[in-house]
Design a protein around this ligand. Structure first.
Ligand code: GLA
Length: 391
């Protein structure tokens, strides 16, 4: 049974009728521009063919009741219980429910009409793997409430509101990339987003390559503290560099040459973090021309450089991610391999010659398993459309 059939059946058992609608919102993989979205840089993600699905109908009840199949749990909340993050029975909302509740909260803040819903949802985006399962939950519920409220927001606006829900309601200080990719994804295309102007365009993935995602299966808890520390280091670098470059607003405004000239003004750990960001923004500026010219060799080289930089300068890798990227880079047909997403565990993204992709997946899985004793998950992925209501 596929995921849509399964949530439809569970919905029927639980609520006694067929759900009125199904919404879908994908996870994402990022090819280049890592940890630069909150520094106003450029990112190059794609929405992937794994997604969160919500079966839902309006209800006259005061509370919305949500069943999370993947947690085997249920929660209910209303506009009145949202501020205290509690349920109808005054118990605390479980952590998974903060994401849909945050979406309702942010839409109410916008004064948009919100109807209560009964919903059942499930996801095949692996959780905590750096593929933005949280953003996919947010964007799927955004579509669900939009459908019931009979209003329409542009996809970028939905992304920004999802980010606000995550920042202000869930309490994770993420940038815009994940919600953007989940909301705005385009089939078979990479997305290039300028995180300062929010202008974006699609870039076709060169014909001869496939994107392969390799999951180390390592999950790190409590990474948001480390994430926030990296953000704070970037802000501190801007503050210190402003004494000599008064016009800079973010690390986006610092050229590699200026950075090299001024690096000694920064404490060593801050210097390393900021160097990653400045150089990664430079790499991501080169990406568009390389991809449009079909130069996957040089684009792949930038991906490999990005991994080294995330490992040694930004310090968000882990031994298993390094093993996975290292093995991949040594396999014939692999142009580039690096950790993707926030890091500390999760997945690598690999750009692989299309005609070598099956051999690549097999060699990578067996190499990783023999070095770590862990059986990895390898997905050959396709860039998919963004969040939508399914007919
Ligand atoms: C997480 C955040 C994104 C981005 C990446 C790192 O996925 O949610 O906003 O900062 O980490 O590039």
């Amino acid at each position: 049974m596929n995921i849509i059939e399964s949530i439809t059946n569970i919905y029927h058992e639980k609520f006694g009728h067929t759900p009125a609608h199904i919404a879908r919102a994908p996870g994402r993989v990022n090819l280049l521009g890592e940890h630069v979205d909150y520094n106003n840089g450029f990112v190059l993600p794609a929405a992937i063919d794994r997604a969160t699905y919500v079966a839902f109908s309006p209800t006259n009840a005061r509370h919305s009741t949500l069943v999370a199949v993947d947690f085997n749990q249920q929660a209910s909340f209303s506009p009145q219980t949202l501020p205290s993050k509690t349920q109808a029975d005054s118990s605390s909302l479980p952590e998974w429910a903060l994401y849909p509740a945050g979406v309702m909260w942010v839409l109410l803040e916008e004064n948009l009409p919100i109807l209560s819903m009964n919903a059942v949802y499930a996801s095949d985006v692996p959780r905590g793997s750096g593929l933005s399962s949280s953003a996919s939950v947010e964007m799927a519920f955004m579509i669900a409430w939009q459908t019931l409220g009979v209003w329409t927001l542009p996809s970028m606006q939905r992304a920004l509101l999802g980010q606000k829900a995550e920042n202000k309601y869930v309490g994770v200080n993420c940038g815009i990339m994940d919600q953007f990719a989940s909301a705005c994804g385009v089939e078979n295309k990479l997305l290039l987003l300028d995180c300062r102007s929010l202008e974006w365009k699609t870039i076709p993935l060169p014909e001869k390559v496939s994107i392969v995602i390799a999951d180390t299966t390592i999950r790190r808890k409590l990474t948001s503290g480390e994430y926030n520390k990296r953000r704070a280091a970037c802000e501190e670098a801007v503050r210190l560099l402003k004494s000599v470059l008064p016009n800079i607003m973010s690390l986006r405004d610092v050229s590699v040459d200026d950075f090299n000239r001024l690096a000694m003004k920064l404490p060593v750990e801050i210097e390393k973090s900021a160097r990653h960001v400045v150089e990664e923004i430079e790499r991501s500026k080169q990406a568009q021309a390389l991809l449009e010219a079909g130069d996957v060799e040089n684009f792949g080289r930038l991906m490999n450089e990005c991994h080294v930089s995330l490992r040694d300068l930004y310090k968000v890798s882990c031994p298993e991610l390094n093993v996975m990227a290292g093995i991949a880079q040594s396999i014939k047909g692999c142009y580039g391999a690096r950790l993707t997403g926030a890091g500390f565990g999760g997945c690598t993204v690999n750009l692989v010659a299309r005609d070598r992709v099956d051999d690549f997946a097999q060699s990578l899985a067996s190499g990783y398993e023999s070095e770590t004793g862990i059986h990895p998950e390898i997905h050959i992925t396709r860039a998919s459309n963004g969040a939508e209501l399914l007919e």
